[in-house]
Ligand binder design. Structure first.
Ligand code: MRU
Length: 362
């Protein structure tokens, strides 16, 4: 079932914004996802009532962005709890199966597994309670995860904004905004906070081939908020760095290893190299749920490989000869030494190294 904006079921999204990547219905029996593949043309919500549909929504990128897919998965676990009338072991098994399905949807963003594990920990505690109370508790925990993410974005946004000079031109890659989180955004949270503090900032948004998160989503969000934004194709960034037009770069992340290596949308590493070459800061903003202290370095981060056709086919037309495949690693890893600082709700990781990460982990 699909809902247009007129039917927008979320009168009060948890973030307080006028749109939301994902919300749980007040009755705890449905999830609404903003159909991000149709932005900026249509603002349309999909209604989902079971875990399999939530999993498909995450895998097919109706919802995307590490924190947002974690929240969507948490809401999926609420639906799984609602679908199970049995108690104890049968309930736990049903939820573990749902969790395993959801975890397999996208491998790089650690927020997904983190949110599911949080929900499973709660399920283990209340497996023998009555079904209605189990759903209530799961819904309350999932909404807490959502609210905490918005709060974290605001905190890291303020922290990051302190490093943004008045008059800055900021390069960002992909979409690490309200659409990619519970609301407000990580990298775009830093930009929003700088704007709200009265700084005159403008943004260059990398188009972000092939899914065009920058052209379609980042520009949509910022334009809506009245923050000046221009889209550039990914291969223009070097030119604008060379001309001295870029003051700093800020991006989000899907997983940060213990040594400070950062996985983010494919193309991010190139931005970091350019920033270093041109002596400009390269910042990362991410909630602590994106940090994977079990992962020693970027080499251990699983990189999602997506389908060839997502690169070769644009708006239904193929741009490569039949029989030629494309490569599509969804993410790359920026080594810690290229990252000037990481902003989290726990504070800034600066310098970016294992000692600083351990200090905030405690
Ligand atoms: O493939 P996507 O669109 O899910 O990739 C998203 C990103 O790379 C974001 O920068 C990252 O998830 C951080 S979102 C706050």
């Amino acid at each position: 079932m699909t809902l247009s904006q007129d039917h927008l079921p979320i009168k009060a999204p948890l973030s307080g914004a006028s749109y939301s990547a994902v919300e749980l219905a007040p009755e705890n029996d449905r999830v609404w996802m903003l159909e991000q593949r149709e932005l900026p043309d249509h603002e349309r919500y999909l209604e989902m009532t079971d875990v399999a549909t939530i999993e498909a929504g995450i895998r097919d990128m109706v919802v995307r962005g590490a924190p947002a897919i974690g929240i969507a998965a948490a809401y999926g676990m609420v639906l799984a709890a609602g679908a199970c009338r049995q108690g104890d072991q049968a309930y736990l098994r049903a939820l573990q199966d749902a969790g395993a399905l959801l975890k397999g949807a996208r491998p790089t963003a650690v927020n997904l597994a983190w949110a599911i594990d949080e929900m499973l920990a709660l399920a283990a505690k209340h497996a023998s309670a009555d079904p209605a109370s189990r759903v209530e508790q799961m819904a309350s925990r999932a909404r807490d995860i959502h609210r905490a993410d918005v709060e974290a974005c605001r905190t890291m946004g303020k922290l990051g904004a302190e490093r943004v000079p008045d008059g800055a031109t900021i390069l960002t890659h992909c979409n690490a905004g309200a659409l990619a989180t519970g609301g407000y955004g990580t990298a775009l949270g830093v930009i929003r906070a700088a704007h709200e503090a009265g700084k005159k900032v403008k943004v260059l948004a990398d188009e972000t081939r092939p899914y065009l998160q920058g052209a379609r989503l980042t520009s949509w969000e910022l334009h809506r908020d009245g923050i000046p934004v221009e889209v550039i194709t990914d291969n223009m960034a070097a030119h604008f760095f060379q001309r001295g037009e870029i003051s700093l770069a800020v991006v989000g992340s899907d997983r940060i290893a213990r040594n400070g290596d950062v996985a983010n949308k494919i193309g991010t590493y190139g931005v970091a190299c350019l920033a270093r070459l041109h002596d400009r800061p390269f910042y990362v903003a991410a909630p602590w749920s994106t940090v994977d202290m079990k992962c020693a370095s970027g080499e251990a981060i699983p990189i999602e490989q997506r389908a060839s056709r997502e690169v070769t086919v644009i708006a239904g037309k193929s741009f490569a000869p039949d029989g030629v495949n494309a490569r599509y690693p969804g993410f790359d890893v920026t080594p810690a030494r290229l990252v000037s600082a990481i902003f989290t709700e726990r504070g800034a990781v600066d310098p970016v190294c294992e000692d600083s990460m351990q200090r905030l982990a405690r």
